[in-house]
Every structure is written in structure tokens, then in C-alpha cells.
Design a protein around this ligand. Sequence first.
Ligand SMILES: Nc1ncnc2c1ncn2[C@@H]1O[C@H](COP(=O)(O)OP(=O)(O)OP(=O)(O)O)[C@@H](O)[C@H]1O
Ligand SMILES: [Mg+2]
Length: 352
Amino acid sequence: MFTSKKDIVGIDVGSSAIKVVRLHESRGSYSLANIGIMPLDPETIVDNTIMDSTAIVDSIRNLLASMKIKTKRVATSVSGHSVIIRKISLPIMTDSELEASIQWEAEQYIPFDISEVNIDFQILGPDAKDPSQMNVMLVAAKKDFVGDYTSVFSEANLEPVVMDIDCFAVENMFDYNYGFVENEVVALIDLGASATSVNVLKGEASVFTRDIQTGGNLLSEELQKRLGISSIDAERAKLGDRNIADVDPDSIDEILADAVENLVQEVQRSLDFFSATSSEDRVAKVYLTGGVSNSSQVREALEEKLDISVERVDPFRNVTISDKEFDKEYLNAIGPMFSVAAGLAMRKVGDK
Ligand SMILES: Nc1ncnc2c1ncn2[C@@H]1O[C@H](COP(=O)(O)OP(=O)(O)OP(=O)(O)O)[C@@H](O)[C@H]1O
Ligand SMILES: [Mg+2]
């Protein structure tokens, strides 16, 4: 096999694991070339901050070597509180006019010194309420934070050619596999290990985003704390194992039910906030990505609480998968964890 110049590999450095996806593209369709995952110690990334860069560099190196990936170009992403995504309203102007004034316009919306951030934007279109104004999606990320992520790739001898934001990568994956319906309002919710991101889309435009600093870890941490068990046993119990030494299975179920309710409540609060701030739009459907979307308990609790239909996303729904090379059942079971990595693998060099 040769690697073409366009070849790019999607690498999602999540707090629980590094996930890699490489796709082949042919006339606008994708097929799966490689997929791999390498778990990370919980202390490696805390609060989206890289605590142990050597562990990440080694994991990326080992994972790519085990997958026999030679591609050097990487699409990757960041998320968390060092990344600000805001929809703002500005007087109508062209893309290049905004390019020239964005630093100045953005200043009041960003809680960091403007010289400390990289800024990007996308003009969404005219403001429905005021035709002299337009809506703009503003994205700002702290330079030193992004720098920490890019340097692990250079240390691993790779070239990060696309630096994305987690929720936009998920959006990209969703577009290819499910497609946007004009004016339909849907919520893409990524339920990860340490964080949850909510992205409400109207048609193809993101109209509301929110990061919640809690995720699947909440469930295992509650089990660990309240049952006094090890983190490994807590993780097993969370994933369904009821044979934990000296632990009553019913108490696992009770604690999990409580913790799931708390997690679901956080998501509900975000969506309530969206409803309160958007005049007429109501979320018609929720699409779940991230590892926690594998939990039917979480899906059902969300569906009940929100009273909205909830679907677990398959990031390879429209991706061709060879039966000879991959175990489809396994891929389906782990799929949602690869939502960010799949969206990244669909990026092209030059995308921002
Ligand atoms: N069947 C399941 N039931 C409940 N939780 C699950 C299940 N499968 C995976 N998880 C949880 O999903 C999480 C991992 O998901 P994911 O890979 O999306 O997170 P991450 O990207 O590493 O984290 P983050 O985005 O928060 O940095 C872990 O907390 C794991 O325990
Ligand atoms: Mg993640």
C-alpha cells in the first residue's frame, strides 16, 4: 500500500482513551481503513489539561505502530473550558471585513486576554429579528492550551494539519452519516468520560453549544465512593458486572440509578437553557455519541426526562466496512466512542 499526499488520520485524545480512525475516500464515499483505541490512565488528562505528555506521546506512537499506520498527517481536536464557542450578533459585513475586525469584535465576548487566544469564526446568516445584523459563530481557544496538544503530536513525529473542536468533529461525522434536515432542530450530545458536550443544530447551523464538566466518570466515582470499592471494580460494575466481591448487586443498581439521574439532570438543564433563550425553536430529536451513549439506562432516562426521542449514533452508518477485515458486531458495540475520531478522519488538509 502507498500513502497518498491527501492521506490523513483522525486522532481523538480523550481523557479515558486515545482513539484513531483512518478512512479511504473515493468519490465522496468513505470506507474504513484502520481503527484503534488505547486506554489512558485517569491521571494523564485531568480537566482537559495534559498532565503527563510523555504517556500520551508513547500511547500515540504505540497505537499507530500496532495499527501499521504510516500516515504522518493528523487531524485532531480540543475541547473544554479553554475553548469558547459563542453565537454572537454583529452588523452585516463580508467575510473579509470580519476577518479584519474579528479581534476587536471578539474581545468583549472572550474571558481571556485577546493576545492569548486563537480566533476563528463562521458567518451563519442574517439575524431573523434584525435584518441589519448577522449571526456569527465565534470560536476562541487559548494558544498555550492548543500548544500543549499540538506538541504531543510533534513529539510523536506527526504533523497536526487540522486542529478542530470536538463538537464540530462530531457535527462533521453526523453530516456524512445522517445528514442535516433544513430547519430541523436536533441536539448532538457527546457523553464522554469526564465531560459532556451539547450542540444544538438548526439545519446545518450550530445554534447553541454548552460544555458540562461531568460524564461517565461520575457514575463510576459514585460507585467507588459509596461502596468503598476499587476504581477497577467500579468501572466493571458500571459496565454491568454484578459479581463484585462483598457487594450487594441491588446496591449497585440503586447507586447507578441515582448517578444516572444526576447526569441526565445536567443535560436537561442545558437544553432548558437553550429553550429559554431561543424563542420558537424546540429540540425535535437527541442524537447521542461518546462511550456513555452505550448505556441503555442513560438513554432511557434521558428519553423519559426530556420527553424527546433519543438515538445512539453510529459513526460508521454510511461508511463501507469490509467483513473480511473488521468484526462488524464489535465495531457497532464500540462505535459511539469513535464519533470524534471518525469526524476528524473526514477532514481534509486545509480545513480549519
Ligand atoms: N456500556 C457502557 N455503559 C456506561 N458507560 C460506558 C459504556 N461504555 C463505555 N462507557 C463509558 O464511556 C466513557 C468513555 O467514553 P469516550 O471514549 O467517549 O470518552 P473520552 O473521549 O475518553 O472522554 P472525554 O471526551 O470526556 O475526554 C467511559 O467513562 C466509559 O466508562
Ligand atoms: Mg471525548
